[in-house]
Design a protein around this ligand. Structure first.
Ligand code: SAH
Ligand code: SF4
Ligand code: F3S
Length: 474
């Protein structure tokens, strides 16, 4: 099963817009990190297109290179620094080439990034993208340019993002920005600022527009979609200081009503905030995918407490039981961090036993990586040796691979509704797309068309993919 939150194959992906004229200045834009960064890159491309920039996948012809970066783990930052060193020669040969760092690393390191990485000309945080044209002009006058101001209300609601995927089948729609949760291991509240929700009218307009352009799937994005709430009028007045006028379940219901042919996905749900009301809306609409990404992080209550996650092992398992009760056959995936500060062998075993109890369909699994300024860095010691973190991670991965395979094996012989995304990676004669549980399904192309739905009978599987044949073209 593939969830695109941290799709490794997309890290460092460069983008090119097919709908923009091949003239004027050229922007090379590469994205790292989570879906929200990829979605932000579409906003950036849109802002730059208004300034006459066209995007290119050929770095050799770029006038401006922008890297939209991630800080979530140390490795994510190392990857970007290594990438920067690839540009050194180019910059020496073409001193007028503008190199900019956007996103979370820009926000975390601010001006010091200019001192540490001499070839960087421009640093812009996630709330400063409207200022990019000015910042690029500033660089043009021979100065270095920085804008890392975080905002309490920027949601880029009025900017219609330019879509970067060629397929035109599935799109990300950001519904909240920032995060107020302060999980002790996490850098996001520092890099993305305070949580704010986007005007539901602009979300609906964007979804309708996508549907009319032929898109058949939207993924509503936020660090914690369950805390979406909108209670502000279009004039910016608070209607009622306490009662939200639109919460996440109401928003999702409105998006589901755009068309029964438009699939709705969402990410990320937070165990402490996910309500039965949300689950009931998922169960009510056939076009809201029965798939929930519910990061647990650890299976031990004491570790969860140190992580400041706001729930216990029992609470999490209670939420899992609610999902299984209200949406039978719902696919569930998770994120797990291993080797967090002070994690004992017993606490690690609790994570394994929770996995055994839930049997996740898919998981993203990480070694704990200490991040500067976080609560954990200030309060606890990163005391689990790297080797032990690695050993525990392997145990977690082994268990998960078994569960992912089992989840796929259960689907053999069933008929799955698949939204066709296009040719599979392996062969032009095979097409692929995901079922509503978010598993990747591969099948012989025959008459299948990108952007349409097909019913596929599943015949074989691996832990990553389902294989089958089309039974019916819908
Ligand atoms: N908002 C989402 C997660 C965003 S970050 C949520 O709360 O679930 C995505 C994942 O990265 C997290 O779920 C966590 O598993 C992992 N992560 C975050 N900080 C990390 C760190 N310091 N070390 C290792 N993994 C981390
Ligand atoms: Fe980070 Fe926690 Fe916010 Fe997720 S909910 S982004 S893990 S602080
Ligand atoms: Fe996303 Fe990485 Fe920033 S996970 S929010 S790009 S730190």
């Amino acid at each position: 099963m593939e969830n695109k939150v941290f799709d490794e194959s997309r890290q460092g992906e460069a983008i090119e817009l097919s709908n923009i004229k091949d003239e004027g200045k050229k922007l090379y834009l590469e994205s790292y990190g989570c879906q929200m960064n990829f979605s932000d890159s579409e906003v950036v491309a849109s802002i730059m297109a208004n300034e006459g920039f066209s995007t290119t996948r050929n770095i050799e012809e770029a006038d401006v290179i922008l890297l939209n970066t991630c800080s979530i783990r140390e490795n994510a930052e190392i990857r970007v620094r290594n990438r920067l060193s690839d540009f050194r020669k180019k910059k020496d040969e073409h001193p007028e080439l503008v190199i900019g760092i956007l996103g979370c690393m820009a926000e975390r390191l601010k001006k010091s990034l200019l001192e540490e990485e001499k070839l960087v000309d421009l640093v812009a945080g996630p709330d400063a993208y409207r200022d990019l044209p000015n910042l690029i002009d500033e660089v043009g006058t021979g100065q270095k340019a920085v804008n890392v101001l975080l905002s309490r209300d920027e949601t880029y609601a009025d900017i219609s993002p330019v879509r970067l995927d060629q397929g035109g089948v599935s799109a990300f729609v950001t519904i909240t920005r920032g995060c107020d949760n302060m999980c002790s291991f996490c850098v996001v509240p520092f890099t993305r600022g305070r949580e704010r929700s986007r005007d539901p009218e602009t979300i609906l307009t964007e979804c309708k527009d996508l549907y009319e352009k032929g898109y058949r799937e939207v993924t509503l994005l936020g660090q914690n979609v369950d805390s979406y709430r909108w209670n502000i009028t279009s004039k910016g007045e608070i209607k009622d200081g306490t009662k939200p006028t639109t919460n996440f379940s109401q928003l999702m219901e409105k998006v589901a009503q755009v068309s029964p042919q438009l699939r709705v996905r969402f990410s990320t749900s937070h165990p402490k905030d996910m309500t039965d009301e949300v689950l009931e809306v998922i169960a009510k609409y056939q076009n809201i995918c029965p798939y929930i990404h519910l990061p647990v992080q650890s299976g031990n209550t004491n570790v969860l407490y140190r992580m400041n996650r706001g729930y216990s092992r029992e609470w999490y398992l209670g939420r899992i039981d609610a999902i299984k009760r209200i949406i039978p056959d719902c696919a569930i995936s998770t994120d797990i961090i291993t080797g967090f500060c002070g994690e004992t062998e017993e606490e690690h075993q609790d994570t394994l036993s929770l996995m055994e109890r839930v049997e996740f369909d898919f998981a993203y699994m990480f070694k704990y990586s200490e991040r500067p300024k976080t609560l954990a860095e200030r309060k606890f010691k990163d005391d689990v040796p790297d080797e032990l973190k690695g050993k525990r991670l392997n145990e977690i991965i082994d268990k998960q691979l078994g569960h992912s395979l089992k989840s796929h094996q259960r689907q053999i012989g069933t008929i799955q509704k698949v939204l066709v995304e296009g040719p599979s990676k392996r062969s032009e004669n095979f097409f692929c797309g995901r079922n509503d549980r978010n598993s990747m399904v591969v099948f012989p192309k025959e008459k299948a068309k990108k952007g349409s739905y097909v019913l596929v009978r599943i015949e074989e599987c691996t832990s990553a993919t389902l294989l089958g044949k089309v039974q019916e073209y819908l």
